[in-house]
Design a protein around this ligand. Structure first.
Ligand code: TRP
Length: 347
C-alpha cells in the first residue's frame, strides 16, 4: 500500500487531446507522478450528461484519449488509469451524496448555468447532478489533491461542501480536497481563438509532423503586417506564444523577436522555424504514441489493471458510507435480528 498522498483527476473522453492539453495539464500530471499516488479517471459517465445520443463514440474516444495520456508521459506502472463506468460505486456514492445537496445549490453552479444557456437545452437531471458525480469520483478515493483547470473550481468547491456536510453529520470520513491549479501558458488555436476541438483550430498530439507543419504555416499572425518589411507585433501573436513554449534557445528567440519587430524577418521564415522546433519537441511523444497505437490491446490491459487497483478502495469507501448513513449495516441488522428472533417475529 502506497504511503504517498493521493491525487485524483481526469477528463471526459471527448476525443483526441491537443497541444493545449499538453502544456498546462499533462506536463503537470506527469511531474506529479513522482510525489503522489495518482489516479487518472476516464469520466465516461460524465460524457452522457450532454452527449447520450452517440454511444458508439465513447469507446473510440476513450482509446484515443488514453493513448494520448500515455504518449504524454502518464506511466501506467506508477499511476492507475480508471474507467469510471466499470466501477459502479461512483454512481452509488453520487446517489448517496445527492441527499446532502439541494437542487437550488446545484442550479447555482456556473458551469451548469453556462451550459444550459450555450446548448439551449432543457437540462436533464443527469446534467444537474454532474458535479455530485464528480464529488463522488474524488471522495470515493479520499483524494486530497485534485489538479484541475480554473473552470473546474466550482465543482471542487461543491466537493468540499459535500465532504464537510458528510463529516458533520456522520463523523470524520473525508478529507476536504484541494484544487491544484497549474500555471497554463497561453496556447491559442491556430486562428488565435481558444484552442477547441469544435473550432477546428487545434493541433493534436496525434497529428503527423507534416500535418503539424501545415497547420503552423496556416497560423494567424500579426494582421497589421502586410509585407515582411513592415514592423511586426510579437505580443498577442500566436506564433510567438508557441515559440515561447517550444523554442529551446531563449537567446536566439529574443533575437528573432527583435528582427520581427524591426521588420527584418518574414512570417514564413518564423513559421518554418516554429514547425521545426515543435516537431523536434514532439518527437519523443509521437514515438511513445505509435508504440501504444500499434497495440490497442495494451490499452485495454492498462485500463483493466488501473481499474482493478481502484476497485477495492472504492468498495471500502462505499461500505463505510453506507454503514454511516444507516444502510445495509450488517452489525446493526444482526443485533436487531438477535433481539427480535426470540420473540418470533422473523419466524
Ligand atoms: N469535469 C471534469 C472535466 O470536464 C472531468 C472530471 C470528472 C474530473 N470527474 C473528475 C476532474 C474528478 C477531476 C476530478 O474536465
Amino acid at each position: 500500500m502506497s504511503t504517498l498522498k493521493r491525487i485524483l483527476t481526469g477528463h471526459r473522453p471527448t476525443g483526441p487531446r491537443h497541444i493545449g492539453h499538453l502544456y498546462g495539464t499533462f506536463t503537470n500530471w506527469k511531474a506529479l507522478q513522482d510525489d503522489y499516488d495518482c489516479f487518472f479517471l476516464v469520466a465516461d459517465l460524465h460524457v452522457l450528461t450532454t452527449d447520450y445520443e452517440h454511444p458508439a463514440q465513447i469507446g473510440k474516444h476513450t482509446l484515443e484519449m488514453v493513448t494520448d495520456w500515455l504518449a504524454a508521459g502518464i506511466d501506467p506502472q506508477r499511476s492507475a488509469l480508471i474507467l469510471q463506468s466499470a466501477i459502479p460505486e461512483h454512481v452509488q456514492l453520487s446517489m448517496l451524496f445527492a441527499m446532502l445537496v439541494t437542487v437550488a445549490r446545484l442550479e447555482r453552479v456556473p458551469t451548469y448555468k453556462e451550459q444550459t444557456k450555450a446548448l439551449n437545452l432543457k437540462p436533464s437531471l443527469g446534467l444537474l447532478t454532474y458535479p455530485v458525480l464528480q464529488a463522488a469520483d474524488i471522495l470515493l478515493y479520499k483524494a486530497e489533491t485534485v489538479p484541475v483547470g480554473e473552470d473546474q473550481l466550482p465543482h471542487l468547491e461543491l466537493t468540499r461542501e459535500i465532504a464537510r456536510r458528510f463529516n458533520q453529520l456522520y463523523g470524520k470520513t473525508f478529507p476536504e480536497p484541494e484544487a491544484l491549479l497549474s500555471s497554463t501558458p497561453r496556447i491559442p488555436g491556430i486562428d488565435n481563438r481558444t484552442m477547441h476541438t469544435s473550432y477546428g483550430n487545434a493541433i493534436y498530439l496525434k497529428d503527423t509532423p507534416e500535418e503539424t507543419t501545415r497547420k503552423v504555416m496556416q497560423m494567424y499572425t500579426d494582421p497589421t503586417r502586410l509585407r515582411a518589411t513592415d514592423p511586426g507585433h510579437v505580443e498577442g501573436n500566436p506564433v510567438f506564444d508557441y515559440l515561447d513554449i517550444f523554442d529551446p534557445d531563449a537567446n536566439a528567440l529574443d533575437e528573432t523577436k527583435a528582427l520581427y519587430r524591426a521588420g527584418k524577418v518574414g512570417d514564413v521564415a518564423v513559421k518554418e522555424h516554429l514547425a521545426q522546433v515543435m516537431n523536434d519537441a514532439l518527437a519523443p511523444l509521437r514515438e511513445r504514441r505509435q508504440q501504444y497505437a500499434a497495440r490497442p490491446s495494451q490499452l485495454i490491459d492498462i485500463l483493466n489493471e488501473g481499474t482493478g487497483r481502484a476497485r477495492p478502495v472504492a468498495q471500502e469507501t462505499l461500505q463505510e458510507v453506507m454503514d454511516k448513513m444507516g444502510l445495509n449495516t450488517h452489525t446493526v441488522l444482526k443485533a436487531l435480528a438477535d433481539a427480535i428472533v426470540p420473540q418470533g417475529v422473523f419466524c
